[in-house]
Design a binder for this molecule. Structure first.
Ligand code: MF3
Ligand code: CO
Length: 259
């Protein structure tokens, strides 16, 4: 299903997007050496409830996971990249952490992910990996607008990741979003310009470049959810929800401090 939002729903999408972004920033500022992933999950649960919003994750049971997710935020450390199931682990200095959060408020969902290094001495390789996903995300957003095709966005994202020297996995990518978290169209992280669905004002998309340093192969953790790099290499992921507007694209999940 592809949804086109009316102006009232688009206004709500801006509110939900700001909530997701501000929760992620609050989590980032609290996540330090020694912080337990289960505490990050509990803080998220509280912040969602305090805002009168709903988790898109806790009851989510797609084919690519095992049973309901049962948690409020994805926490992926180092070789873990997607769908990271929070568990009893205290963050260590230099850990590369990805937080991925989707919530629904007023009937509209927003989805965003950030990667960052915990502690004071990040490895240059970690920063390079994160930077590539952020630049790819910016390129995908720059390519988005009315009349652009999904392949244009995929091509823009994939070009940045490839030029940075990273392999690209095509099993998981971006997606339409609206009254539910995962909708059509799918936005692969690599593709050919001029191909695919033509974007229209009122469409919401979650763009989410993610990379693994030296492989395109994923393995599923024993927890049935967490996807890790097959080689154990480090990984990163950056995601924004955007709205297609009359003249371009608007980022809905910018933190209030960056607006
Ligand atoms: N928010 C993720 C995405 O970027 C999906 C997480 S699914 C979950 O599409 F079940 F792991 F929560
Ligand atoms: Co997403």
């Amino acid at each position: 299903m592809i949804e086109i939002l009316n102006p009232a729903k688009l206004a709500q999408a801006r509110v939900t997007g700001a909530l997701v972004a501000d929760i992620l920033q609050a989590l980032k500022s609290r996540a330090t050496v020694g912080t337990n992933l289960l505490d990050i999950d509990r803080w998220t649960q509280t912040m969602i409830a305090d805002a009168g919003a709903e988790s898109c994750y806790v009851d989510y049971a797609p084919s690519f996971g095992s049973g309901p997710f049962g948690h409020y935020v994805c926490t992926a450390v180092n070789d873990a990249v997607l769908h990271g199931l929070p568990y009893d682990y205290a963050l260590a200095d230099g850990d590369l952490l990805t937080l991925d959060l989707a919530v629904s408020q007023g009937g509209v969902a927003a989805d965003s992910a950030i990667s960052f290094v915990v502690g004071e001495s990040p490895a240059p390789e970690s920063l390079a990996l994160i930077d590539a996903t952020q630049r790819a995300l910016r390129a995908g957003i720059a390519a988005a607008g009315p009349g652009a095709r999904t392949g244009d966005l995929s091509y823009a994202i994939g070009s940045v990741l490839s030029e940075a020297g990273y392999p690209i996995n095509t099993e998981f990518g971006g997606h339409g979003i609206g009254s539910t978290m995962h909708q059509d169209p799918h936005i692969s992280n690599t593709g050919r310009p001029g191909r695919g669905y033509k974007l229209r004002p009122g469409l919401l998309l979650a763009l989410e470049p993610w990379v693994m340093e030296d492989t395109d192969e994923l393995v599923t953790d024993a927890d049935g959810w967490t996807l890790r790099s097959a080689t154990g290499c480090r990984t990163a992921h950056s995601e924004h929800t955007i709205a297609i507007t009359e003249d371009g694209a608007e980022i809905l999940t910018l933190p209030t401090q960056d607006r």
